[in-house]
Write a protein that binds this ligand. Structure first.
Ligand code: MG
Length: 307
């Protein structure tokens, strides 16, 4: 790991963050959030999800969001799709990059998408075939890589098996998620290294939650192990509708502040990002991220004003 290394930050706030909000959010707010994020220098902004509306009511306006996007050249706006029908819906409104998802935990899959791991992998097959035909890039999410709310421990061998299966099906990138945020640096790095034995590190991403305040430490440990793609959510928005007690994703502001300090290149303007975090958390009446709050209150010498 050295200064100057480029890190790709995948912003998941508009999808993974907002899907867990308890109150309906206007489509205009979502579009404004994506628009503001696109001006921070972020190159990947996961925009919405084409799961069935009853499953995730908060994202029932997926078509309207995709149709209303002011696309910025050079920025990708991937969307989550659960199956072939979701794929067709996404494509009909111009989605050109998608993400599929499963869990490394059998119990979580049963509760979350009502099928086994193998059934969920089989379900993707037609989606993957269509994506290949259409030259659509596919990201695969593996959730519960460091623990599961239903079965507890998740064997690393299961994480490796699921990640390999997603790669075999044609995923271009695999995002390894600590969905409930129970990992610590050693377990996170061990899991990543095990997966990287059979999948090139360039195709791996990490997706960590901050439930126990470990997300940044876990990310740092994984950066040392060589990963260069990191998921995060502006304002630390998010949780998991199926994993009670799981708190937000690591905040993009906190992540970018750390990467800046390490001299790693993200291309993201922390000032604009912090302002965007301030705006969306006030819209949703949620607490701001720590780095975002501190950054906006700092003095010219870098100190933070007492409040
Ligand atoms: Mg998440």
């Amino acid at each position: 790991m050295s200064a100057g290394d480029a890190v790709k930050v995948v912003e998941v706030g508009p999808r993974d963050g907002l899907q867990n909000e308890p109150y309906a959010i206007a489509t205009e707010i979502k579009l404004e959030l994506i628009h503001r994020l696109s001006k921070t220098g972020l190159k990947v902004i996961e925009a919405t999800s084409f799961v069935r509306a009853p499953a995730i009511p908060q994202l029932a306006d997926a078509e309207a969001v995709m149709s209303g996007l002011k696309r910025k050249p050079g920025v990708c706006y991937p969307v989550l799709v659960p199956n072939e029908q979701g794929y067709q819906r996404a494509r009909s409104v111009g989605a050109d990059e998608i993400a599929v998802f499963t869990a490394a935990s059998e119990a979580f899959n049963r509760k979350n998408i009502n099928c086994s791991i193998d059934e969920s992998l089989a379900r993707f097959a037609p989606v993957m075939a269509l994506a290949r035909r259409d030259a659509v890039r596919v990201r695969g999410y593996v959730s519960c890589t460091l623990g599961c709310p239903y079965q507890g421990e998740v064997p690393i061998a299961d994480v490796v098996r699921v990640a390999e299966a997603l790669l075999d099906e044609g995923c271009d990138e695999i995002s390894l998620g600590d969905t409930i945020g129970v990992g610590t640096p050693a377990s996170a790095r061990r899991m990543l290294r095990s997966v990287a034995e059979s999948i090139p590190m360039e195709q791996l991403a990490i997706h960590f939650h901050d439930t126990y305040g470990q997300a940044l430490a876990n990310i740092y440990a994984c950066l040392e192990a060589g990963v260069r793609v990191v998921d995060s959510s502006v304002g630390g928005l998010g949780g998991c509708p199926y994993a009670r007690g799981a708190t937000g994703n690591v905040a993009t502001e906190d992540l970018v502040y750390m990467l800046d300090g390490l001299g790693m290149a993200t291309g993201i303007d922390l000032q604009k990002l912090a302002e965007t975090g301030e705006w969306i958390t006030s819209q949703l009446d949620r607490p701001r991220s720590r780095a975002g709050q501190a950054w906006l209150k700092r003095t010219p010498t870098g100190n933070v004003h007492e409040t």
